[in-house]
Design a protein around this ligand. Structure first.
Ligand code: SF4
Length: 108
């Protein structure tokens, strides 16, 4: 399970074509553990909140946050921080709305 979470980000960048939005990701090259902790299940609530806040601080400055969030919602990403949101926040946004509209509203 932990390997799956970590490899999700690696897989995203592994299929990166030239000029794709992923090439402009602020998190590119950073340790995926900041965004997909393998210890989430064992991690305390405070520790998890600190890790997520650090990841979200990167996302806030990211030029492709809207694209990332839209992708994560459309792909049904169940783990990690995408577009500055954790899975619970994405699920709350996704109810009854399109991923593109959600991402545009959330990042605007
Ligand atoms: S919004 Fe966050 S997770 Fe998405 S590409 Fe940018 S820095 Fe990475």
């Amino acid at each position: 399970m932990a390997v799956e979470r970590t490899s999700s980000l690696a897989r995203l960048f592994a299929v990166e074509p030239e000029n794709d939005w992923r090439a402009r990701a602020a998190c590119k090259g950073l340790d995926p553990e900041h965004f997909f902790s393998s210890d989430d299940d064992a991690m305390g609530k405070h520790e998890r909140a600190v890790r997520e806040a650090a990841a979200k601080a990167v996302c806030v400055k990211c030029d492709v946050r809207r694209e990332c969030l839209s992708y994560a919602i459309a792909a049904g990403e169940r783990y990690g921080i995408w577009g500055g949101m954790n899975a619970q926040e994405r699920r709350a946004l996704a109810r009854n709305r399109s991923s593109e509209k959600i991402a545009t509203e959330a990042v605007s």
